[in-house]
Write a new protein. Structure first.
Length: 72
């Protein structure tokens, strides 16, 4: 780990949230979401639909839709 950034404000597809970040020298990803952050926001991951639902800072459930690619 190169550095730690606490309470970093994020914008994910129009959704605002705050997360603690660890800066890693991996280069190929913008952000990897860890279990601590997922737990903090009461997140639910649906691998089939490629969605993550979470509680925002106001206690409202929000959903982020991932990229759906056709099956090969």
């Amino acid at each position: 780990m190169l550095a730690k950034v606490n309470s970093f404000p994020l914008q994910l597809i129009g959704h605002s949230l705050v997360a603690d970040l660890n800066v890693l020298p991996i280069g190929s990803y913008d952000i990897l979401t860890g279990m601590d952050s997922l737990e903090m926001h009461w997140s639910l991951i649906n691998c089939k639909t490629k969605t993550i639902s979470y509680m925002d800072e106001e206690g409202k459930r929000q959903e982020i839709q991932g990229i759906i690619r056709p099956l090969k």
